[in-house]
Design a protein around this ligand. Sequence first.
Ligand code: 4GX
Length: 249
Amino acid sequence: MNVDSQHYGKKMFFDILTLFPAMFSGVFSDSIISRAIKKGLISVDLHDIRSYSDDERHKTVDDYPYGGDAGMVLKPEPLARAITDARSRFCDFAPKVIYLSPRGEVLRQEIIEELLEEKALILLCGRYKGIDERICERYVDREISIGDYVLSGGEIAAMTIIDAMARLIPGVLGNRESAEADSFYRGLLSHPEYTRPEIFEDMKVPDVLLSGHHANILRWQREKAVEITKLRRPDLWAKYKTTETNNEK
Ligand code: 4GX
């Protein structure tokens, strides 16, 4: 998939539904995401789920679970209204709704690339024991987990997705951070990197990197990438070996 041609001259829209919109201010006012927003390459809109509650007085958005377990569940009506409102911003198409949850498919770079084909995404961040299942059934298009551990809410998972996507949008990264050479693009982990000084404590930079011999350097980097991938991520190595297109690079 060619991210460049797809996103050329386009803007990607993210609508985030959360009970904690303030959690996003640091991430979006700093870092590459703010730069992407300033450049008009992405647009991020926060929707406070609490503002869609039924009662003006207590702004209730959660309730006890049927079945009598401990903890709270996000009520369906405020979520349905928040999703409908976020969708109404787009008149000519219906953006996909993504629910961040440990129950979802585990995030991989390929999923990030798939999501880049969308013009807009609605990211639903749950809290407590999660959301009423009927919202998943009727309103959610895709459930994604960022990993097999339990967060206190979907917010950090939503930030993770936006960050990983933003850096692949052409024009977002500067010279200091090129996406091309990153791990996973070649299906291998990255080779070790060194910078000055040539000797740090008693450790020397490998001679080949100082040799100026470009072909040898490339060969060394490839060998190291293979070695590290085999050792640390046998799963990635197995996949790499069966992916023909990688073997030319
Ligand atoms: N990758 N969380 C969702 C609420 C919840 C609880 C149970 C469904 C079932 C997470 C993750 C994650 C914490 C977000 C629990 N939803 N999100 N939340 N791992 O741990 O994305």
